[in-house]
Design a protein. Structure first.
Ligand SMILES: [Zn+2]
Ligand SMILES: [Zn+2]
Length: 277
């Protein structure tokens, strides 16, 4: 049962708690990434920039505005989840010893795998031409996204994106700490995918194991071309369904080759111009 004293005050308190936690996480990850890559290391890291240009300020403000709107919606969904938890109708557990640590680790992994599946298929659904203009187009206004675009969604898309959370807590026994770990991983990967920079080394997208993990180039290409490369964490569903962009590997190698070439040029510049005998 919800406590008798569940009032507007409780609602506002839950909302503020959720909203501040989500917003803090967003600003910590996206803010730090932006400061390092777009301010302090603007010149130093430029060789790793996937699209060799910097976005206009007005695009950054739009990404920030829509992300804050999405975080408000996420917090409202969070309030609903907390209310269901208080009613005791979810499968969430508060005593960490109710299940083993092995199960705790499994629940985090299960959350990630399920979210990867959910994201891929809802994303493809949102690219359906009858849905796209009303739901997903806002996210694609960023053709060369910055870290601030991580949650730059239309409010309807924000509801869809948040949907995995209430679905999972009714299916899988999960501790709030496991949800927090998943949330941190999700934010990190999301910000990385929108960073506009590639940090994985050449050969990553063709490695036997590494090719199954997504890269920043993968999602950056999705924003550039608005087709192909629909996956989130893993390059599993895109491979299985044949939806990787035809030039994914080629583009990744071009981006990382650019990095290698700049490194080689720098190393050559440090060497003396003549050989001592
Ligand atoms: Zn995106
Ligand atoms: Zn898309």
């Amino acid at each position: 049962m919800l406590p008798q004293a569940y009032t507007w005050h409780t609602f506002v308190e839950d909302f503020m708690q959720d909203f501040s936690a989500e917003t803090f996480r967003y600003f910590a990850f996206a803010g730090l990434t932006f400061i390092v890559l777009y301010w302090l290391g603007k010149t130093f890291f430029f060789r790793r920039k996937i699209q060799q240009k910097h976005p206009e300020r007005k695009h950054i403000w739009r990404e920030l505005k829509y992300s804050l709107l999405s975080l408000t919606i996420f917090a409202l969904v969070g309030v609903g989840v907390v209310a269901c938890y208080r009613l005791g109708i979810t499968k969430m557990y508060s005593d960490i010893h109710a299940h083993s640590w092995g199960y705790f680790a499994f629940s985090i992994l299960a959350f990630i795998v399920a979210h990867d599946f959910y994201f891929y298929w809802t994303h493809r659904f949102m690219h359906w031409k009858k849905i796209y203009p009303y739901v997903h187009k806002i996210h694609h206004l960023s053709h060369d996204p910055t870290p601030w675009a991580a949650y730059a969604f239309h409010p309807l898309e924000a509801v869809i994106q948040a949907g995995i959370f209430p679905i999972m807590i009714f299916i899988l026994p999960v501790h709030p700490l496991a949800i927090l770990v998943w949330g941190l991983y999700q934010t990190f990967l999301n910000v990385m995918g929108h960073s506009g920079f590639e940090f994985f080394p050449s050969g990553f997208t063709s490695g036997k194991i590494s090719k199954w993990h997504n890269t920043s180039t993968h999602h950056n290409m999705h924003h550039k071309y608005a087709m192909g490369n629909y996956g989130l964490y893993f390059n599993f569903w895109d491979r299985v369904m044949g939806t990787n962009h035809a030039k994914y590997n080629e583009t990744f190698e071009q981006v990382t080759a650019h990095t290698q070439r700049m490194k080689a040029e720098k190393a050559a510049a440090r060497k003396p111009a003549y050989q001592e005998v």
